[in-house]
Design a binder for this molecule. Structure first.
Ligand code: SF4
Length: 356
């Protein structure tokens, strides 16, 4: 199949009919995905409109900017206020912390710069040896390897504020908490290209939930729903790989070993979630001098989420963005209240862009 075929309307309608036929033998089915790119495909191509009433696909904590906490934004602002050059991806600039954002800090005259990759940030540090440069390192398993590579050869005046997070522990917390019903998981294709198939197996076995690793075209998603319904119907709890054109059983061993050389797991809270064991990363002792938290003695207390913003519920799959009373009224991409409306990968921003 060539890429164009993954958007074939006729095949999509056939898949939709097959989903309808299979679902007619089942009760209510709730499937969760944990990836902003999947949410974009699902909303942009109207996948939910092709599903029968008893099959629901909900969005979980799949946007790295959105799960970053107020405390981490406040830490980044505190770095800028200390006179340190702070580099960040554009999406992070407008995410509100407890009182303000990095954009406000930049407007106040602090040195906050947008970069397109960590390499750009390291380059700034190389060119300005008299300055301290701290990069806000966000992202899941997909982006962690590039930061790990950059740190192996970083100049002495370069550090990171590590805000990385790992996806499987968050999936486990969702299953453990029973706050939201989940009958099957659409596993993230990009993350799985790094970690492979194996990390999902203990979850599938322990919680008796089927998983399918899925690509990003509309037919990838529809095929994965068929695969999940088939497993649900047959009471099978396996991990199947719909995205085998990219994801290999063992993942990307080189990327995993670079990650492991630089980072070690730690417990961390996510926006909307309590502290999730081993879901974050910290720098190993050998790289401690590049840890901005230690280097600049950041001591920032956690704070409550903004009043009225329901990003926490959106990230846990408890509500759809439109169920937030602020959606499209007080909160729009031009004037976002919460991070889910700021980031291009946020469920609220995706819903607003494609359906408003
Ligand atoms: S619509 Fe805005 S305020 Fe409501 S959950 Fe989404 S980002 Fe938060």
């Amino acid at each position: 199949m060539i890429l164009r075929d993954f958007r074939d309307r006729g095949l999509a309608l056939k898949a939709s009919k097959e989903i309808g036929d299979m679902a007619s033998t089942l009760g209510k089915v709730k499937i969760m995905h944990v990836c902003g790119t999947h949410e974009d495909t699902i909303t942009r191509f109207g996948i939910r409109s092709l599903l029968p009433e008893n099959v629901e696909v909900i969005s979980g904590p799949g946007c790295p900017v959105c799960v970053t906490t107020n405390r981490e934004i406040d830490e980044a602002i505190s770095l800028a206020q200390k006179g340190i050059t702070v580099t960040t991806f554009g999406d992070m600039l407008r995410v509100p912390g407890s009182r303000s954002s990095l954009a406000d800090s930049k407007a106040d005259g602090n040195d906050v710069r947008i970069v397109y990759s960590v390499t750009d940030a390291v380059e700034i540090a190389h060119k300005n040896p008299e300055k301290e440069v701290a990069h806000i390192a966000i992202g899941f398993e997909t982006t962690i390897p590039s930061n790990a590579v950059a740190l192996q050869d970083a100049p002495e005046n370069f550090s990171i504020l590590c805000c990385h997070r790992l996806i499987p522990p968050a999936m486990e917390l969702l299953l453990e908490s029973h706050e939201v019903r989940i009958d099957g998981f659409i596993d993230p294709g990009h993350v799985s290209a790094i970690i492979g198939v194996k990390p999902y197996r203990p979850l599938a076995e322990k919680y008796r939930i089927p998983h399918v690793i899925v690509g990003f075209e509309p037919l990838d998603v529809l095929f994965s729903i068929i695969m999940l319904l088939e497993m649900i119907k047959n009471h099978e709890c396996e991990v199947r790989n719909e995205y085998s054109r990219v994801v290999k059983e063992e993942g990307n061993q080189k990327a995993l070993s670079i990650m492991d050389a630089v980072f070690e797991p730690c417990d961390v809270d996510w926006r909307g979630f309590p502290v999730i064991p081993r879901s974050g990363l910290m720098l190993r002792e050998r790289f401690a001098e590049h840890d901005a938290r230690e280097r600049f003695e950041l001591r920032v207390e956690p704070t409550e989420d903004l009043r009225g913003c329901r990003c926490s519920d959106v990230l846990k799959g408890l509500i759809y963005p439109r169920e937030c009373p602020l959606f499209g009224k007080a909160c729009t991409p031009k004037k976002p209240v919460g991070p889910c409306m700021v980031s291009a990968e946020g469920a609220c921003s995706i819903m607003y862009r494609h359906t408003s």
